[in-house]
Design a protein around this ligand. Sequence first.
Ligand code: TXA
Ligand code: MG
Length: 367
Amino acid sequence: MKTKIITTNTTKKEQQNKNIQTVEYSQLVKEAGAILRAGGVVAFPTETVYGLGANALDEEAAKKIYAAKGRPSDNPLIIHIGEIEDVGHIASNLSTKTEMVMKTFWPGALTLVLEKKDCVPQGTTGGLDTVAVRMPSHKMARDIIGAGGGYIAAPSANVSGRPSPTKGEHVIEDMEDRIDMIVVNDTVEIGVESTILDMTVDPPQILRPGAITREMLMDVIGYVELDKGLALDSKEAPKAPGMKYRHYAPKATLSILEGDNPNRVKYIQGEIQSRNQGLQGIGIITREQNKEMYESLKKENNGKIHIISLGDDSKAEEIASNLYKVLRDFDKIEVSHIYSESFWDMEMSEAIMNRLNKAAGYNIVRV
Ligand code: TXA
Ligand code: MG
């Protein structure tokens, strides 16, 4: 399948890619909407990550998403809406607490799990009687959703198991020739997927941490639980079907080093020495404040150490928004092992560390 790639504002990088067409905003929204209405698949940006959209009320269209991603069919999709009142068409029995969180956090990075209405096919919800709903704050996303019929199923626009895309080039890498259209518009701000809050249980439960934190939710609706299945030592499976799969994995082996900074440097040094024969290259994920610390390792191992900072650690949103890009960047550099610091000491740490630990396959080393 030939994928049409369109944008409204061509940057230098995009001009080099002859396959990208530049069109007016209204034309872009119209074309994307027409494909969605005809049962096709369109990738578009949201404020969290790029989504892979199809008509959520059309089972055949939703099936195309599973095929393009290579996603297991028991893993349900989130339905995206453009107007707050549209939630009533697909979900029933909205509680007062549900109304309160919707009013406070929509549009935004919060997905609510609700009782599903019959018009939502089981092919969209992976056979569940509940439905996940989100109203994004991203204007272009909402305009495309509206033009596409109002109810758009959209998982992250990556091939299953890969890091979620935060840049148009990531979507092109994963989805070119697999779907009808890719809308390139690099305005993804948050960089990790939305918080998922299950409102069908009392107290409400966070099934996936994100930019809307537990504290923020508790300020509005009182006590909120974190799904126990998300804990590192949990024997129970997480409740959101998608959270049980290994995810976001870079090609190299990734280890998270928990402990003091001097011990981290010492540990990496030891690893380098023990693997000196045939050492391909080592990646280090750090923060602005710590990157100097690894310079001596870099000097001693000419060219084989690649240090990448996620950003300033006083700005959690900077750290979060760079995470998936850095994991993808390491796939393009010859490294066999990546060592990452942990990022527990900031807002959104639940979301950041949940994604990082999953990317590492829970390969956590205490140093
Ligand atoms: O930020 C986001 O939420 C992005 C953007 C594109 O909006 N979307 C996204 O979708 O992350 P996806 O499909 O990659 O992740 C959806 C997660 C999966 O873990 C899935 O199992 C869970 O939501 N989920 C969907 N419906 C559910 C339901 N009814 N009950 C429990 N979990 C559900
Ligand atoms: Mg995903």
